[in-house]
Ligand binder design. Structure first.
Ligand SMILES: [Zn+2]
Length: 135
């Protein structure tokens, strides 16, 4: 019997540059050239000023845990050996918030406002998932 595999990201056209950067262990966020704002998830126009003059910019990868939950239940067989694990809303220094996992510590030690930095989990060839570890 083969081990169940975790589902892989299926990028939309707007999020493809994000996943391509992640595959190279770079955290790139959508950025507005008109107002210098950042946001997430990616979109074709800036949610701050509605400009379509947008690009992707590499960010620090540092932030803090804005909020989190701990998953104790197995919702997919590939996660059976990982519970409990933390799913967090991470607020980056540049402002955007993204949902990810906090890794490197037991889930019950995760706290709000905990400083974190991005790490990349190579889950398949050319597919890397940004996750966060405590600083
Ligand atoms: Zn803008």
């Amino acid at each position: 019997m083969t081990e169940p595999r975790k589902p892989l990201p299926r990028p939309a056209p707007e999020s493809l540059p994000y996943w391509e950067a992640a595959a190279q262990h770079r955290l790139d966020m959508p950025h507005c050239q008109a107002c210098d704002g950042f946001w997430f998830p990616p979109s074709r126009t800036c949610p701050h000023c509605t400009s379509a003059d947008v690009d992707m910019k590499t960010v620090s990868g540092r932030g803090k845990v804005f909020s989190f939950v701990i998953y104790d239940r197995v919702y997919h067989p590939a996660f059976a050996t990982e519970v409990p694990y933390a799913v967090a809303l991470v607020e980056l220094e540049e402002g955007p918030r993204l949902i990810s996992n906090i890794v490197g510590i037991p889930a019950e030690q995760v706290r709000c406002d905990m400083p974190v930095a991005v790490v990349f989990d190579d889950v398949a060839e050319n597919v890397s998932v940004p996750k966060f570890k405590p600083l």
